[in-house]
Design a protein around this ligand. Structure first.
Ligand code: ZN
Ligand code: ZN
Ligand code: ZN
Length: 334
């Protein structure tokens, strides 16, 4: 995430802010310029608050030329809980907050947001809801926005990053697979890295839940769940790539540069030439690894576990490089 400042007083403000805490200026996010602006200032001229400002706690603006009364993020939601379902509406607002982060990053990376993309945000408290992607529609189970429930599922499934934002990033990976791989004529090359997606999906999933992942999964996959099927491998890798890009962007926005002695003594780092090509994944990973070592050390100083409890095997880095190159190729064409 980028950092933002109040257009009136210069105070640091955050992506989620609708108010400057220093000068009380009302703020709104303008998607076309990816910036938080003062509502009565020139940058917001002609823009108005999103109709979901209260319901979804949305701080995005509807710009002149946008159809309807919803912002570019809220308009993507096709189904939400009923007005009478107050418990689910609270979860809906936090899911929409995570979704705005997702949409920000898609716009920032130059990924296409096509008319076929839609979100169903529903709670399994009332009827079964399966988080997943089907032909452009991403369904999220809002009951998982409940931290205690998600933490329980997270521990059961052994997934260190089971978050609502993580779910969005995973499912959007499924959405982009046909666009970035199949329709781009990249299927053969993709299969050589991720495997043949024509193996039966349901039995692969069933095998995973019955037997667990193979013992050496971390040599080949970014997560245990990624070992279930090539499609899940892609979605997990895609989500992980978005985690890396967002965190690197946040670190850069705050001027966080890690060049500590431990980092430079680590031999695995010298394999990645820093800043050789600012757009190569190799240079990104050259910044990423020292940052994660530092953030893990900071977390341990606070008595917590590692912020980044992952190791990236060479095959996993090859898969992340594939995600990076496919995104770069569509972003540069736009
Ligand atoms: Zn201010
Ligand atoms: Zn909105
Ligand atoms: Zn999936």
């Amino acid at each position: 995430m980028r950092s933002f400042s109040c257009g009136r007083c210069g105070q640091l403000v955050f992506f989620e802010n609708s108010l400057c805490l220093r000068c009380s200026a009302a703020l709104g996010f303008v998607p076309s310029v990816l910036d938080l602006v003062v509502l009565d200032g020139p940058q917001a001229s002609g823009a108005r608050a999103c109709a979901n400002a209260t319901l979804a706690e949305c701080n995005w603006l509807v710009e002149p030329g946008d159809p309807g009364s919803l912002c570019r993020s809220c308009v993507l939601t096709r189904t939400r809980p009923a007005d009478s379902d107050t418990a689910s509406l609270a979860a809906f607002a936090s899911a929409e907050a995570a979704k705005r982060r997702l949409v920000f990053q898609l716009l920032d990376l130059g990924l296409p947001i096509r008319d076929d993309l839609a979100f169903d945000l529903l709670s399994s408290q009332w009827a079964p809801v399966l988080t997943g992607h089907d032909d452009g529609v991403i369904t999220i189970d809002l009951a998982e926005s409940d931290d205690a429930r998600r933490e329980q599922r997270r521990a059961e499934l052994g997934e260190p990053y089971r978050t609502v934002l993580g779910h969005f990033r995973h499912e959007i990976g499924h959405y982009y697979w046909p666009i970035l791989i199949e329709q781009a004529g990249e299927l053969e090359r993709w299969r050589s890295l991720f495997g043949d997606e024509r193996i039966d999906y349901d039995s692969a999933l069933q095998r995973h839940y019955e037997q667990g992942p193979p013992g050496d999964w971390s040599q080949w996959h970014v997560s245990a769940y990624a070992a279930t099927h090539p499609w899940e491998d892609w979605a997990e890798t895609f989500a992980h790539y978005l985690h890396i890009r967002d965190t690197l962007q946040t670190a850069a926005a705050f001027g966080l540069i890690v060049a500590g002695p431990q980092a430079t003594r680590d031999e695995s780092l010298s394999a990645a030439p820093r800043h050789a090509d600012p757009r190569s994944f190799e240079s990104l990973i050259g910044d990423w690894l020292p940052l994660t070592y530092a953030l893990n050390a900071v977390n341990r100083s606070m008595g917590r576990g590692d912020l980044y409890p992952f190791t990236l095997a060479p095959t996993v880095i090859d898969k992340l490089t594939c995600v990076h190159e496919r995104i770069q190729s569509v972003a540069s064409r736009r």
